[in-house]
Design a protein around this ligand. Structure first.
Ligand SMILES: [Zn+2]
Length: 115
C-alpha cells in the first residue's frame, strides 16, 4: 500500500468517525463563529470554556474549518501576549505589496509571523 492509499484510508476513517460522533442537536458554524473569540479568550485566561460554551468542543472535533479558526485565534493571542503582533501599518503595507496587476500573489512570509 502506498502513501496515497494510506492517506485516503485515513481520510475515510476520519469521515466515518465524524459521522458516528454526530449528535442529535449540533451547533452550526455560524453559531460557533459568533462566540468563538469569547471561547478562546475564556480558555486562554484559564476559565472553564468547556462549561461556558457547551457544544463548542464537540463542534471543533467535527469541523476542521472552525478548528482552524480556533488555531488561528490562539496563534494571534500568543503573538499578542509576546508583543509580536505586527503593527497595522505593516500588515497594510504587506497586503498592498501582495497586490499585483493580475491580482493577489501570496505574501513572501506569513502576515502574522511577527516582526
Ligand atoms: Zn464549524
Amino acid at each position: 500500500m502506498d502513501q496515497a492509499d494510506t492517506a485516503s484510508r485515513d481520510r475515510v476513517r476520519q469521515f466515518v468517525r465524524r459521522i458516528v460522533a454526530t449528535e442529535e442537536h449540533e451547533l452550526d458554524c455560524r453559531a460557533v463563529l459568533d462566540v468563538i473569540h469569547a471561547y478562546v479568550d475564556m480558555d486562554l485566561s484559564g476559565g472553564d470554556a468547556v462549561a461556558g460554551f457547551p457544544g463548542i468542543p464537540h463542534h471543533l472535533m467535527q469541523c476542521p474549518d472552525c478548528a482552524e479558526m480556533v488555531a488561528a485565534l490562539r496563534h494571534v493571542a500568543s503573538l499578542e501576549a509576546r508583543g509580536q503582533l505586527p503593527a497595522v501599518d505593516h500588515l497594510w503595507r504587506d497586503l498592498q505589496s501582495a497586490v499585483t496587476p493580475h491580482g493577489l500573489r501570496p505574501p513572501d512570509r506569513p502576515l502574522l509571523s511577527g516582526p
